[in-house]
Design a protein around this ligand. Structure first.
Ligand code: MG
Ligand code: MG
Length: 249
């Protein structure tokens, strides 16, 4: 069942999304060589709490922290740690969720730590481009497959790997609602409903498509150890076009 959001629900989701965007605004400022991913988690927690929201990830299926911090070959679901200290040349994907008045905003962004290699910068650019290509297709009554195809086309044109085990999802009162959104074509016949909300989130790899989960049962890494990038926005398909909730109001 895909939930259509009422005008009031859209308002609340935009508020939740704005809080997520405030966290990312802060992350952009503080991501630099020498900071630990646990310090980032604390800063994110404080921003979310200050804005009277709840960090959606905290306790979600037992997840121990407020944000996911995935460094270099880590794709998603990295656990913040005092022992993971960012260094020059790293990239870090930070995934943030905030629940405000019961509704969720979900957005991830990959950040460069100091100066990074041109090929990794290019991977980040491609992944961000894939996200916005997908967002453009978030149109009421259009096939959901259009979003998947737009993301896949950007990835294929740039010869990067596409993470296939994870993808986007409906979002609202729960972080993960129907439908699941693949980042490649699957012959889905799902139609995008007016005022439905979907978290669109391409995860693209510098090398192969394949990923696996580490022994901590959370951290997903690329099989070949090459870097991965992740860009995500929560988007509502309105009659006036796609509305990104997870950007600053
Ligand atoms: Mg997310
Ligand atoms: Mg998500």
């Amino acid at each position: 069942m895909i939930h259509k959001k009422s005008r009031e629900e859209i308002k609340i989701m935009r508020h939740a999304g704005n809080i997520v965007a405030l966290v990312h605004q802060e992350m952009k400022k503080v991501v630099e060589p020498g900071i630990s991913t646990l310090e980032l988690d604390k800063i994110a927690y404080d921003v979310i709490k200050k804005n009277k929201a709840y960090p959606t990830f905290l306790g979600y299926n037992g997840f121990p922290n407020s944000i996911c911090t995935s460094v270099n070959e880590q794709v998603v679901h990295g656990i913040p740690s005092k022992d993971v200290i960012l260094k020059e040349g790293d990239i870090i994907s930070i995934d943030v969720g905030a629940t405000f008045r019961g509704m969720v905003g979900d957005s991830a962004w990959t950040y460069a730590v100091g100066k990074i290699s041109p090929e990794v910068q290019n991977l980040m650019n491609i992944t961000e481009k894939a996200l916005y290509a997908g967002i453009e297709q978030m149109i009421p009554d259009a096939p959901l497959e259009n979003i998947s195809a737009a993301i896949e086309d950007v990835a294929l044109a740039n010869k990067v790997g596409i993470v296939r085990q994870y993808g986007g999802h409906g979002v609202g009162y729960e972080m993960h609602e129907e439908p699941f959104l693949f980042n490649y074509r699957t012959n889905s016949n799902i139609i995008i409903k007016k005022n439905c909300a979907i978290a669109i989130e391409p995860m693209l790899n510098l090398g192969c498509d394949e990923v696996h989960t580490l022994a901590d049962d959370w951290t997903v890494v690329t099989d070949d150890g090459k870097p991965s990038a992740h860009f995500e926005h929560t988007v509502i398909a309105t009659e006036d076009g796609p509305v990104i909730t997870t950007k600053l109001m």
